[in-house]
Design a protein around this ligand. Structure first.
Ligand code: ZN
Length: 202
């Protein structure tokens, strides 16, 4: 899996979750690990503890020892959900509030560093800004990476010719056809059996 794919999978998962606080602890930890693997959070070790006055957030982890990375996920979650969701469902998303938040909390790249050997400027994002930059990056990827599964309604990153989020939804999608087919098949079979029986009788 390449890095943009890994990032997109993380945001797709996030966009499919309605309330972060309703997740089990292992799912919350799993989300943080996914973010680290996608390069959106640097590390879980030695991370600062989260400090916040938001009551919903303070309750969201389950105890008062909230890891800093959980706050980053909490902050980006509503944006992943609305921006990706709106694009998938309506074909457009209003980004003004998102941009406002980025500007207000100084989440934009903080340093432009000139690499003199390659003669290239490398952009250094702020620690909290990486996960915001990442969302912009996956949304603007060409071609567009996201879709909504019509069976479970989750957002997913479809592979080539992939219509549903996974095997279980693809099976479910086929089920009505399968049921119909089985019904016709069984009724045909009954007819043949009946015929066989009446032929034997005569
Ligand atoms: Zn699905």
């Amino acid at each position: 899996m390449n890095s943009i794919q890994r990032k997109a999978e993380f945001y797709a998962k996030l966009a499919s979750i309605e309330k972060l606080e309703s997740l089990e602890r292992w799912q919350k930890e799993g989300l943080m690990l996914d973010a680290v693997r996608a390069g959106l959070i640097h590390s879980l070790f030695g991370a600062m503890k989260a400090v916040s006055k938001n009551k919903r957030f303070l309750k969201s982890w389950g105890d008062s020892d909230i890891p800093g990375p959980w706050m980053m996920i909490w902050d980006i979650h509503p944006w992943a959900r609305t921006l990706i969701g709106d694009l998938v469902d309506k074909g457009e998303a209003d980004v003004r509030e998102f941009e406002k938040k980025i500007t207000k909390y100084l989440l934009r790249s903080e340093i432009w560093r000139l690499d003199r050997s390659t003669r290239r400027v490398v952009v250094h994002p702020t620690v909290g800004g990486i996960i915001f930059d990442g969302l912009r990056e996956v949304i603007q990827a060409d071609p567009f990476l996201f879709d909504r599964c019509h069976i479970c309604e989750n957002i997913f990153v479809p592979g080539k010719n992939q219509k549903y989020c996974g095997k279980s939804c693809a099976t479910k999608a086929l089920a009505p056809w399968k049921a119909k087919y089985m019904k016709t098949y069984m009724s045909e079979r009954r007819k043949i059996e009946k015929k066989g029986r009446s032929n034997r009788r005569s």
